[in-house]
Design a protein around this ligand. Structure first.
Ligand SMILES: Cc1cc2nc3c(=O)[nH]c(=O)nc-3n(C[C@H](O)[C@H](O)[C@H](O)COP(=O)(O)O)c2cc1C
Length: 320
């Protein structure tokens, strides 16, 4: 993409793009972002007050979340036919966008833009329905387009090994009362809360027999304890490098993957417990034969949307 020196986007275009950006995923729906319209473009900023001190002490998950929001912003501007070029980590901005002329949106940009409001994190059981073989290649390609990697974990043995890392991390995290207090403050919420995760979106209470240990978001105990999906589709996402800008890029790759999945009719579940415990993140890195830190574990499959999270008003996240 080339940068032009034209003035920044009109206020209406900026606000419409931010309206799309805020529907990005974020750790515990903490929405740790701010958007600033400047004379030469748009800045995506980290809202330091919304970084979760216990589960995200160095702000990694918050930067991944901001990267996902920046990806939505880029898509929204492209869909409005006023696309952006961007640089990562300029001054206090995680992402700095500048106008890149006018052109029609490409069909993938249009499809992914339309998927933004249909994408939700799934915390309910996946159906026993096979994901078509070519789909994993499309998801891997989505990550690659953002300079990321998405490695699928194949075979019962490898999936059980990954699942046991997630469970070990989940147990370690839950042993810290401060972690449990923070998790409960951001989840277990009534429907309609503008931030955090409501009980319905949070899914049923996790059951020890589940393959992949979910966080306890305050849902009611479930009747069905066995996951009906016999061939779970599980992957680990990462990018090359572990600097702050790389974590932002991981968020962009995450959102490109998630929107591609949504566009293909797939639901996705996210597991960040194993990357929140440094020793387990290192074991996961070794298991994946990667030089770079893994950033997130993802599971894809078929599941109806049974709960939604909300977002704060655009006016609460913009500065100019
Ligand atoms: C970096 C990151 C880590 C996340 N970790 C988890 C997780 O461990 N478990 C989970 O259920 N959801 C996880 N999520 C999903 C968020 O909880 C979810 O995006 C947020 O509640 C907003 O809901 P939505 O994705 O349905 O829009 C994570 C999201 C991000 C960006």
């Amino acid at each position: 993409m080339t940068t032009t020196s034209s003035a920044t986007w009109a206020p209406d275009t900026f606000l419409a793009a931010v309206e799309a950006a805020v529907w990005a995923p974020s750790i515990h729906n903490s929405q740790p972002w701010r958007f600033r319209r400047t004379e030469c473009g748009i800045d995506v900023l980290l809202d330091h007050d919304r970084v979760l001190p216990i589960c995200d002490p160095d702000g990694r998950s918050a930067r991944v979340s901001c990267g996902a929001a920046a990806y939505n912003l880029l898509l929204a501007l492209a869909a409005a036919e006023v696309p952006a070029a961007y640089v990562l980590g300029r001054d206090d901005a995680l992402v700095h966008l500048t106008p890149a002329g006018h052109r029609p949106a490409t069909p993938p940009e249009r499809r992914l833009f339309r998927a933004i409001r249909r994408r939700h994190t799934n915390r309910y059981p996946f159906a026993d329905q096979q994901v078509a073989p070519g789909v994993t290649a499309q998801l891997t390609d989505a990550a690659r387009q953002e300079d990321g990697w998405l490695d699928f974990v194949v075979g019962d043995q490898a999936i059980f090994a990954l699942a046991s890392l997630i469970r070990e991390a989940d147990n370690q995290l839950n042993a810290d009362p401060a972690y449990v207090t923070e998790l409960q403050a951001w989840t277990h919420l009534a429907e309609g809360a503008l931030e955090g995760v409501g009980r319905q979106a949070g899914g049923p209470a996790p059951h020890p027999a589940e393959l992949m240990a979910r966080r306890d978001f305050g849902g009611a105990a479930q009747r069905q304890t066995r996951d009906p999906a016999r061939e779970p589709v599980v992957a680990v996402l990462g990018v090359h490098g572990s600097q702050h800008a790389d974590e932002v890029r991981a968020g962009m790759a995450l959102q490109h993957v998630l929107l591609t999945a949504t566009d293909l009719g797939l639901a996705a579940a996210l597991f960040s417990q194993p990357v929140e415990v440094p020793a387990i993140r290192e074991r996961l890195r070794l298991a994946m034969h990667r030089y770079d830190d893994p950033q997130l574990v993802l599971r894809f499959g078929f599941a109806p949307t049974l709960g939604y999270t909300n977002r704060r008003a655009v006016a609460d996240v913009v500065e100019s």
